[in-house]
Design a protein around this ligand. Sequence first.
Ligand code: ZN
Ligand code: ZN
Length: 363
Amino acid sequence: MSSIKVESSDNLDLAIPKIMSVAYLQKPLEVSIEQEDVPSVSGREVLVKVMAVGICGSDVHYYAHGRIGNRLVTYPHIQGHECAGIVVATGDKVTRFKVGDRVAVEPGVACMSCSWCKEGRYNLCPDVQFLSTPPVKGAFVQFLKHPEEFLFPIPESLSFEHASLAEPLSVAIHAVNRGKLKPGSTVVITGMGPVGLMTVVAAKAYGAKEIIVTDMEPLRLETAQKLGATQVIDISSTDTIKEIMQVTSGLGADLVFETSGNVRALQSTIEMVKRGGSVVTIGFPNTEEVPLNVTLMLQKEIDLFSVYRYTNTYPLAINILVDLGSQIEPIITDRYSLEQINEAMYQAYANRSNSLKVIVFPN
Ligand SMILES: [Zn+2]
Ligand SMILES: [Zn+2]
C-alpha cells in the first residue's frame, strides 16, 4: 500500500521560506510538482502552512475527467480543499489568529454581502471562491493564503489529518440539518464512500437510533459498522428495499440520505422512505436527469431536500471530531507526501475497494 508518514515527524517549523512546492494538474491523470513563490498576506489574510489535505470525490472527478458537468478545469490547476495547518503569518487587520495557531480551513470563501450570504445560506453565494473548484486554485501547496473568517481553531488534541475531515463531515452535518433529523429516528444512508461514512457519524451525533447503510464494498460496510451503523446491507447480494422494509417493520425509514450518486439508489429512496418521511440527496449523479417515481412521492407526501456544500458547520464538525478521537481512524486508509501526489490521486481514483480517505501531507 502507501508509504506512511507519521505526523510527529512532520515539519512544524514556523519559518517561511521564499519558495514552496505546488502540485499542478497538467491534464487528466497527470500532476506535476512545481516551485512557486510563497504568497504574502495583507489585511485579514492569514498564511497557513498546510499540514494535511484530504482528497475529495470531486478532486478525483476533475483529476480523471477534467470537468464536473459544465464546470471545466483550466490547466494547469491546483486541487485540494479539505485541509488543516498552522498559522505562520497574519495580515495587519487579522484579529482572531496569531502565528503558531492550529486551524481547520473552510474552503468556500463567500462574499458575505449578497442576499444569500445575508440570509446565512452562503453556500449559495454566486461569488463564492471555493478552493480547488475551477478556476480557483486549491490546497495542494505548502503554504495557503486564506481569510481569517474562514479559518477555525483546532485544539492540540485534534491531529491535522483528523481536522481535514471537518470538510466532508460538514457536508454530512448540513445534510442532517436539511433533513431535520430528530433523535430516535430511523435513517437509511445509501453509499458508504467518505461522505456516506461521514453521514453515519453525523446521524449518530444527532441521535439517530437506527442507522441502516448500503454499499457493495466489504471495506466500506465494515467501516460503517465501526462508525455506528446499526445494520449494513450488501446491495450485491440482498434485495435492499425488502430488507429495509423488514428492519423497519414494513414502515420504511424516517429519513433517507443518498450519497452514492448512483441513479438506481436515488430512484429507490422513494421506496425506502416511510410515508411522510424525507429524502436528502447529497451525491451528484453521473447524469444530469434522473427519472423519479413522482406519483409515489406524492402519494407518500415525501419531502425532498438537496444538499450543496454547507454553512456554519465547522465548529460543530471540529467538536464531533475531537469527541470521536481515534474512533474516526478507520476512514483514513492512505497517506502520502506532496511529492507522491500522482500516486495519491491515482490511489483515490483507481482503488475503490481498498481505499477510503486518502490524505496528502505537504510539509
Ligand atoms: Zn470535499
Ligand atoms: Zn454572497
